[in-house]
Every structure is written in structure tokens, then in C-alpha cells.
Write a protein that binds this ligand. Structure first.
Ligand SMILES: [Zn+2]
Ligand SMILES: [Zn+2]
Length: 208
């Protein structure tokens, strides 16, 4: 499926062909949302083209083209606002345009009904969806990083929670969810212990 073709027809249909073609790519790592818009840089010294990414998994859905078109249209509204030097988040104007162009969803992330299980790596805690139970499958990036790319039991994926719904709100995937205070305190305590340990070690090892 050619994203720039879909872009061109949406551009003609809803934006009088005003939008210059941005960088358009599929992103196979995009899981928490269906698409995203990354503004370009207007800095003359460090120019960067604006970018629209569409999650690859949309291609696997039965009504994939519909989701792709919808998602692209959604991101194009962000892009149009940015082009016009306006705030380009989910502003009242965003909603207004959304109504005008008939984008059907505020949140373009479809439910992945086929996803039954979420697996997570015990080491890096990366979560990945699966449609069926997996056998002995280990985290690829951890095996690469820590075991020369070979399978290691320590990185064997475990079930993180069956039927976790895939309805994350559209958000910047780079922003992690806020931690509860208790968790922050616990991590601080861990950190303090580590510092204590290393500093006492250093004292012992320090030359006289
Ligand atoms: Zn959005
Ligand atoms: Zn891992």
C-alpha cells in the first residue's frame, strides 16, 4: 500500500492540495498508537522535514485500508495546523477540522481483537502482543545485547497479562506513564543502597 498515494488523494479532497508531501513512513515499532506526526524543524541551520509515521500493524487488519486512511487523515490535521504555524495538538481547532473532513475517530487506535496475550521480557520489560500462546521464545534485543544473539532462558518471554486491551490513547509513545509515588520512593531507596554499596567498596579499594 502506497502511503503517498493515499496522502495525495486526502490532500486534494480535504486540504485543497495545500500540503507539501512530508516524509511518510511505516513504523513497525509503533504499537501504542496507530500513527504519529513529528513536526519538522524550521531552523535554517538544522532543517528537518516533517514526518508522518503509520503503524505497520494496520496493514494486517481486515479493514486495514480504512484504518490507514483514517489514521493518515488524523495525522494530516496535525500537520496542516503545524504548516499554518498554529498549535498542532488536539486543540478545539483540531476537533473542528476533524468534523469538517469527517475523520471518524478522535483516537485512531483500533482494538486489536486478534491480540490475546501480551508477553514481556523479564529483563528489559518490553511488551509485545501475540495472537496465540508462544513456546520458548526469548527477547531478541536482550539476546543480542547480552548473549551474542543466542537464545537464553533468562530472557524468555513471560505472559504479562492475558487479553490486555490495545486501546491506548493516542499519545507520544516516548512518554512513559507516570509512576506511582510508592514506586518512585522504592526506586530511590534502591538507588541509595547502590550508592552506599559502591561508595563503601571504593573506600576499601582506595589506595592508602
Ligand atoms: Zn492526534
Ligand atoms: Zn528484553
Amino acid at each position: 500500500m502506497n502511503l503517498s498515494d493515499i496522502f495525495s488523494s486526502l490532500n486534494q479532497q480535504h486540504f485543497s492540495g495545500e500540503l507539501p508531501l512530508p516524509k511518510l513512513t511505516w513504523n513497525s515499532r509503533l504499537r501504542s498508537s496507530a500513527g504519529r506526526f513529528c513536526p519538522g524543524s524550521r531552523n535554517i541551520l538544522k532543517p528537518r522535514a516533517p514526518l508522518i509515521e503509520i503503524a505497520s500493524y494496520l496493514q494486517e487488519l481486515d479493514d486495514g485500508l480504512l484504518h490507514i486512511t483514517d489514521t493518515l487523515l488524523h495525522e494530516m490535521i496535525h500537520y496542516w495546523l503545524w504548516i499554518k504555524h498554529k498549535p498542532y495538538g488536539h486543540t478545539p481547532e483540531f476537533h473542528h477540522i476533524m468534523k469538517r473532513v469527517g475523520a471518524r475517530r478522535y483516537n485512531p487506535v483500533p482494538k486489536l481483537s486478534a491480540v490475546k496475550y501480551w508477553y514481556e521480557c523479564p529483563r528489559c520489560l518490553h511488551k509485545s502482543p501475540a495472537r496465540r500462546r508462544l513456546g520458548s521464545v526469548a527477547c531478541l534485543s536482550c539476546c543480542k545485547k547480552w548473549n551474542q544473539g543466542k537464545y537464553h532462558e533468562n530472557f524468555r518471554l513471560r505472559i504479562a497479562g492475558a487479553q490486555a486491551p490495545m486501546v491506548a490513547p493516542e499519545q507520544n509513545p516516548a512518554t512513559p506513564a507516570p509512576l506511582p509515588i510508592s514506586e518512585i520512593l522504592r526506586r530511590l531507596e534502591d538507588l541509595r543502597n547502590i550508592i552506599k554499596k559502591t561508595s563503601s567498596k571504593n573506600t576499601k579499594l582506595a589506595p592508602h
